[in-house]
Ligand binder design. Structure first.
Ligand SMILES: [Zn+2]
Ligand SMILES: [Zn+2]
Length: 662
């Protein structure tokens, strides 16, 4: 779970806590209150709100199990019912140290033994930062807040699970029990949340993906995080690519193809190496010709000899330093032998080289280069999760190179494309998170953004205007832009109300310059283009993972891995021939259609097709054949009756062509 807060919250962050976060954090205080009533010697560490609730870390000899939750929740209820106010007390550092030593912090009374974690936290509060307590009833905790006014404001809560966690996430520290819970404004919202969680479990993309035969993860032979698309999953992949290609073609994009690897120089130029992105890339492959191999061997041997000499240790200081320097120089030289190649972690640099491959003039702009590019990212194995976190990803990528004058129209067109896709997939709730720069961090030691104040202002104003004019819901988040320009993360909600971050749009006014990209303008001067990075359908992996949950595997006809199955009722030769002609006609029109002509009971054949989530079943008996008809059955909807064959075929083709939602 990625809910570990990355760093200590600043007072600014705290002030921004939402009402729901306040409720949840306040519930953590109430949880500690309850645990202390049951186990007075419990020692508490941190208790923050997290994505879907809150937790409190506790050290306790009793191992808290879900069987204990009822008793803890009963004590929590009493505290909520008491409706105690959360009273803030500001104290001097000496007082805080004294109380921590007496065991009065995160406690109901002075316990004699120090509140050891709180003591450590007090000692680490920066000099000059105010120290405060919050008190509800007898429970006194070291905390900067904020909370709700009274314990009674915690509308509804529930404990969910226990995990273990090291104090401050460091395995050299004591292991604590992390008690998780969630809280909401009222009981209705709490219940809706658990209904959604249950539904999400039922729609788990790993479960449905396996049942439907969409993808496989073969960690033994292929490797973790490297999904294999099975034929049925590939059908979805190709439909999405077709959609993207048609949409992008209509919007004036051109398609390109690039290799999966590139020389180190590429990523040194883009700035991804040596440091910025190195951890997320697979280690390099070094290619050596015969001469290089020989030199490499010589150097390796020299290194071993030098190492041996150093370890004998009979030199004086000067001699020793000389040897150490020799060793370092040898190592440095080894690093320069051969050519290092990296698997690409992003497509942008390759596209930049395509831009650079030919002389460009303002007449060529905007140039929109599109590719469903495969990228490889070295995610930590603990972070891998089904299709959602993977190491190989197929990205709906494109880079738009344009002049500053063209930027607003291009950016708007990208947003329009998003809206078009949302409509096709029935995504009704979405928001764009617009991340901007912080003008105080353009220069100096804590510089975080490329120092182009004018370009920042221009592009941010333009992006904001486009968002406002297009009436797309958005939130603005200062200080979270990419180093090279403002960024938009697109968040969408699946039908069951779960949030996904699917795609990003970024404006880049720094990297094209690093690659020396130029176009000749009207006045014959050379200029650097702006670049828009965009990937509305994100990656196949994440997007299909999302779609599986969104549709619960019941894909609309155009996306369904098996669109139509023709089932025969009986084994009459003429009937089979008629059924086969329908299969042939549909397949001739690129409909993914399968025959089921086995002489099994029709009920069993239908049940099997329903189980496989086949979108449309055409059931054919003697009477249908005589009338030139077919009986249509839709997955999950049942029988919709017999219709003339030609009409049914035409309707199927039309529904696919229009990419209808059902
Ligand atoms: Zn608090
Ligand atoms: Zn890019």
């Amino acid at each position: 779970m990625a809910d570990e807060p990355k760093e200590r919250k600043t007072l600014d962050d705290r002030a921004k806590m939402t009402e729901l976060e306040r409720i949840r954090h306040s519930a953590a205080h109430v949880l500690a209150t309850a645990i202390l009533r049951l186990w007075p010697d419990a020692q508490f560490a941190a208790g923050p709100p997290v994505e879907n609730g809150f937790y409190y870390d506790v050290e306790l000899s009793h191992r808290i199990a879900p069987e204990d939750f009822a008793a803890i929740e009963a004590e929590m209820k009493k505290e909520v019912k008491a409706n105690n106010p959360f009273e803030k007390v500001v104290v001097a550092r000496e007082q805080a140290l004294k109380d921590a030593n007496e065991g009065r912090l995160a406690a109901l009374n002075s316990r004699g033994t120090p509140s050891k974690f709180k003591l450590d936290i007090v000692q680490n509060i920066p000099e000059g930062e105010p120290i405060s307590y919050f008190k509800n009833g007898d429970f006194l905790d070291l905390c900067a807040g904020p909370h709700v006014m009274r314990t009674g404001n915690i509308g509804a809560f529930k404990l969910t699970h226990v995990a273990s966690a090291y104090y401050k996430g460091d395995e050299r520290n004591p292991q604590l029990q992390r008690i998780y819970g969630t809280a909401f404004k009222n009981k209705k919202e709490l219940e809706e949340f658990f209904t959604m969680i249950e539904e999400a479990k039922r729609r788990d993309h790993r479960k449905i993906g396996t049942e439907m035969g969409l993808f496989a993860l073969d960690t033994e032979y292929v490797g973790p995080g490297l999904p294999l698309w099975l034929p049925k999953g590939t059908a979805i992949v190709e439909e999405l690519e077709k959609l993207a290609k048609e949409t992008e073609f209509a919007a004036g994009y051109v398609r390109v193809k690039t290799p999966h690897i590139a020389k180190e120089k590429m990523y040194l130029t883009s700035g991804h190496l040596p440091v910025l992105y190195a951890e997320s890339m697979f280690p390099p492959m070094t290619l050596m010709d015969e001469t290089a191999k020989k030199r490499n061997e010589e150097l390796q041997n020299l290194m071993v000899e030098t190492m041996d000499e150093i370890s004998i240790g009979d030199q004086n200081r000067d001699e020793r330093e000389k040897l150490e320097k020799k060793f370092r120089d040898l190592r440095k030289e080894i690093e320069t032998i051969g050519e290092r190649y990296y698997l690409k972690a992003m497509n942008c640099p390759h596209h930049h080289r395509i831009f650079a491959a030919e002389p460009r003039s303002y007449r060529d702009l905007p140039l929109r280069l599109a590719e469903y590019g495969t990228c490889y990212r070295y995610e930590q194995s603990g972070e891998l999760f089904g299709l959602m976190r993977v190491r190989s990803l197929n990205m709906n990528d494109a880079h738009i190179y344009c002049t500053p004058e063209q930027f607003a129209a291009e950016f708007n067109a990208v947003n329009e494309m998003y809206l078009k896709y949302f409509k096709i997939f029935g995504i009704e709730k979405y928001v764009m998170r617009f991340s901007t720069h912080d003008p105080s961090r353009l220069t100096g030691d804590n510089a975080k953004f490329v120092n182009e104040p004018e370009l920042w202002k221009q592009t941010e104003d333009l992006v904001r205007k486009v968002l406002i004019d297009s009436k797309i819901p958005y939130v603005e988040v200062p200080n979270e832009a990419a180093f090279y320009g403002p960024k938009i993360d697109v968040q969408v909600w699946s039908v069951i109300g779960r949030e996904f971050t699917l795609a990003t749009n970024q404006v880049d006014f720094a990297v094209p310059a690093k690659f020396g990209l130029k176009y000749r303008d009207r006045d014959n001067s050379e200029k650097t283009p702006l670049c828009i990075h965009r990937a509305p359908l994100g990656t196949h992996e994440r997007f299909i993972g999302f779609l599986i949950e969104h549709y619960a595997g019941n894909f609309p006809l155009w996306l369904a891995p098996e669109q139509v199955r023709v089932l025969t009722l009986g084994e009459d030769e003429k009937l089979i021939a008629y059924a086969k002609s329908i299969v042939d006609e549909l397949r001739g029109n690129f409909v993914r259609c399968e025959p089921d002509f086995r002489n099994d009971p029709i009920k069993a054949k239908i049940a099997e097709a329903e189980q496989a989530k086949v979108h449309t079943m055409l059931v054919i008996g003697g009477r249908d054949m005589d009338a030139g008809a077919v009986s249509v059955r839709l997955h999950g909807k049942g029988n919709i009756g017999a219709k003339p064959k030609a009409e049914v075929v035409a309707e199927i083709l039309q529904s696919i062509k229009e990419r209808r939602a059902n």
